[in-house]
Write a protein that binds this ligand. Structure first.
Ligand code: UFG
Length: 337
């Protein structure tokens, strides 16, 4: 066993896949999760995939005292901080809920790591920090734009908080990983995304429509300045994304100097909404009921990653295709029924 990695939000979508990859790589994940947007059965499923039972603390990461009381004895060598609210639309209606949870938890986790002298921190950030970039593919040097939502702003603010903490605390080493659009599920179909209520994101909406939970998918706008008029995103298989977290942690463990760096995690390829629908239909042999509707407020037209920095810095690139991700997403949705 190579050491214990604290995974906040470890029962969530990306967190659970990362726990599997940490175990595959020889680490012992320790989960903190308050199960506000995740299910306890996910822990059993991780055990089914890996054979390992994960030590789990049902606590809120905003509570520093509880973190200290519960976790002081664990010999943690690094932390991957996923726990956060992530519904873009809700964040505009309930900004304080987002500012409080996402920012206070990051501050508490950083304080806890300082307290236990644990220097390795990986933060779950988002390409939303770029807004609509002027130049594509978007590199990490692209300017940070005014956030479209309070959710996006929490990611920007947390990146700044981590940066300031690294500058002040000369031992902390941190990466902010800026995800593009994570989709798909573990190929075992034992873990995947569990959206609460009506999904906001494209792929869960597609799979729920295909299975009959939703009547029809609406494509939000086909009058954008793109080849087929629909928005373009960089869709990354969640298993590839999870593996990048292991690589990022290993790079921090190797690094001696204080460091703060932001790294794009995407495939480097953009796909339109209609291309995703067509691919889903083709690889799963399903006809999807969809219609074209008006634009969704706040959507950027197109964004996809320049992935060269992730390759240089982490020796990581994606291995799984859009086809595989959409097959795995469908297997997962089918397994839920
Ligand atoms: N879309 C539809 N119909 C739907 C849902 C989505 O047409 O029912 C379209 C959207 O308009 C967009 C594309 O599908 O063009 C992708 O939308 P998602 O909601 O799946 O993803 P976003 O790119 O809007 O959002 C994602 C993450 C956010 C993050 C953002 C950064 O979910 O957390 O990327 O760009 F902030």
């Amino acid at each position: 066993m190579k050491g214990k990695i604290l995974v906040t939000g470890g029962a969530g979508y990306i967190g659970s896949h990362t726990c599997v990859e940490l175990i595959n790589a020889g680490y012992e994940p320790i989960i903190i999760d308050n199960f506000s947007n995740s299910e306890k059965f996910v822990l059993d499923k991780i055990k089914q995939i890996t054979g390992n039972e994960i030590t789990t603390y049902n606590i809120d990461c905003c509570n520093l005292e509880l973190l200290i009381n519960s976790l002081l004895a664990e010999k943690i060598i690094g932390c991957i901080h996923f726990a956060a609210y992530k519904a873009v639309g809700e964040s505009s209606k309930l900004p304080l809920k987002y500012y409080h949870n996402n920012i206070a938890s990051t501050v508490a986790i950083l304080s806890f790591l300082e307290k236990i002298s644990c220097p390795n921190f990986v933060f779950s950030s988002s390409c939303t920090v770029y807004g609509q970039p002027d130049i594509l593919p978007v590199t990490e040097k692209s300017p940070i734009k005014l956030a479209e939502s309070p959710y996006g702003r929490t990611k920007q603010v947390c990146e700044d908080i981590i940066h300031d903490t690294v500058k002040a605390n000369k031992t902390l080493k941190a990466f902010a990983l800026r995800y593009f659009n994570p989709i798909g599920a573990h190929p075992s179909a034992l873990i995947g995304e569990l959206p609460l209520g009506t999904p906001n994101n494209l792929v869960p909406y597609i799979t729920q429509t295909a299975i009959g939970k939703r009547e029809q998918l609406t494509v939000f706008g086909n009058d954008y300045d793109t080849p087929d008029g629909t928005c373009i995103r960089d869709y990354i298989h969640v298993v590839d994304l999870a593996k990048a977290h292991v690589k990022a942690m290993e790079e921090l463990l190797r690094t001696k100097e204080p460091i703060f760096d932001c790294i794009n995690l995407g495939t480097g390829k953009g796909n339109s909404v209609l291309e995703v629908i067509e691919t889903f239909e083709r690889v799963n042999d399903i006809k999807l009921n969809y219609k074209i509707g008006p634009r969704r407020e706040g959507d950027v037209e197109k964004v996809y990653a320049d992935t060269s920095y992730a390759l240089n810095k982490l020796n990581w690139k994606t291995e799984l295709s859009l086809e595989a991700a959409l097959q795995d997403a469908w297997k997962w949705e089918s397994s839920l029924n």
